[in-house]
Ligand binder design. Structure first.
Ligand SMILES: Nc1ncnc2c1ncn2[C@@H]1O[C@H](COP(=O)(O)OP(=O)(O)OP(=O)(O)O)[C@@H](O)[C@H]1O
Ligand SMILES: [Mg+2]
Length: 238
């Protein structure tokens, strides 16, 4: 197995408050790895640090064998790390197609870009049907699909998804999860942050449970799904 991402003793702080307190984990190429945990555990902070938006106060991040310490945020995408952020952040006045094109802003291979736009429409047919419509007219779940599609347009080696199922109906959520499974089977490596532990662990090769800035439990998705403490704390069982 090739290790694509290696996080070692990562520490991130907002002023004096340490939000991530020395976490370590790996993502192997081709895997889906999930971070689950309660509100405020540090999941989003971790993803924002990996994509260069926050500077760590300690620890190491290696992506594809290279330290990200001195790499500015705008270059991290070009190394193959894409981030679909919490709360979507699409551009509401631009068309769906233009939002997708923005995801490919670093690429020059025009015909391959057109193919990937088509691929996004294959994954999410609704985006194709509405391609010329302002993105702000999409429903919440459809905007989530667009955010994922846009992240894929950079042809990432690693796709980071922050709560892709947030605010979605059960059917939409199933659709998003099925899409993640399809991307995995096409060979995309995914780091998935989810509140929906059941769905995330069912998909994941590897999972980590975060609590107040630390990883408190790690295992295969299946092991964590059957772990008693996880079932009690995250799957609503007593
Ligand atoms: N910009 C900020 N300034 C100060 N503190 C922050 C900031 N952003 C996050 N925090 C704090 O850092 C901690 C971790 O937040 P983070 O957003 O990473 O959690 P999370 O695991 O993604 O939670 P959720 O599941 O609710 O999205 C929280 O205590 C939060 O209040
Ligand atoms: Mg979050």
């Amino acid at each position: 197995m090739t290790t694509l991402l290696e996080v070692e003793d990562l520490r991130v702080a907002y002023g004096k408050i340490e939000a991530v307190k020395g976490i370590s984990f790996k993502v192997e190429a081709g895997q889906v790895v999930t971070l689950i945990g309660t509100n405020g555990a540090g999941k989003t902070t971790t993803l924002r640090t990996l994509s260069g938006l926050l500077k760590p106060v300690g620890g190491q991040i290696r992506f594809n064998g290279k330290s990200l310490k001195k790499v500015p945020a705008h270059q991290i995408v070009s190394l193959g790390l894409a981030h679909s952020p919490e709360g979507r952040h699409i551009f509401p006045r631009m068309t769906i197609e233009d939002n997708l094109r923005l995801g490919a802003f670093l690429r020059k291979d025009r015909s391959a870009i057109e193919k990937d736009i088509q691929r996004a429409y294959d994954l999410f047919p609704i985006l194709g049907e509405r391609r010329k419509q302002a993105a702000g007219t999409l429903s919440g779940g459809e905007q989530q699909m667009l955010a994922m599609g846009r992240a894929l347009m950079s042809q990432p080696k690693l796709l980071m998804l922050d709560e892709p199922s947030m605010g979605l109906s059960p059917i939409m959520m199933q659709k998003i999860m099925a899409t993640i499974a399809a991307l995995k089977s096409q060979g995309t490596t995914i780091l998935l942050v989810e509140q929906n532990a059941q769905a995330a662990l069912s998909l994941a090769d590897q999972g980590h449970v975060m609590e107040v800035g630390s990883i408190v439990l790690s295992g295969t998705g299946r092991d964590l799904l059957h772990d008693e403490s996880v079932r009690k704390a995250y799957l609503g069982e007593d």
